[in-house]
Design a protein. Sequence first.
Length: 209
Amino acid sequence: MEPVRQVEGRAYPWGAKNIDTDIIIPAHWLKTTTREGLGRGAFETVRAQPGNVFDDPRYAGAPVLVAGDNFGCGSSREHAAWALADLGIKAVIAPSFSDIFSGNAFKNGIVPVVLPQDAVDRLVEVAKTDPITVDLETMTVTTPYQDRFTFTLDPFRRQCLLEGLDEIGLTLAQDTAISKYESGVAQARPWTSVGAGDEGVVVEGTGRT
């Protein structure tokens, strides 16, 4: 996962409320075994409507999505976060998120920014003509018009995003401690080590080794 310190650029000025994961990525896209290409199915039903914001050339490749309350509700499918990431979205701003979606977004390098409704309304208007900046170091969302909105994020999640650490990265970061622990266990209980005692061990009552 790439480190995320600042997300800057045009934003989709959507603001729609109660967008569930089936709207983000319809169920028939879940058969895939790879994350690549899911962006094509992102918001498929919305994009079927003429004049939708996601196919508007003014916002092509926008890294920010400004959405409404209760974004990401519905099922727990991680494909929703995968689809957003494949679409190029690195930050979603909304008054609230589904807890499961928020966790999935974090694990896929997407910043879930919670702001009050009035701030979101303002950002929807700004996004129609100008870029928005989400800064994880200052924990602010700013615009060219001197708007400055502060947000909070779990300190652990924030640090993981800043350092680009996903679950695999977090595990690898503890490699020294894990190796030390495993070495200690092998010395204290050698019979638990993989392959230990494979040769010459008699299985009681069978006479076999």
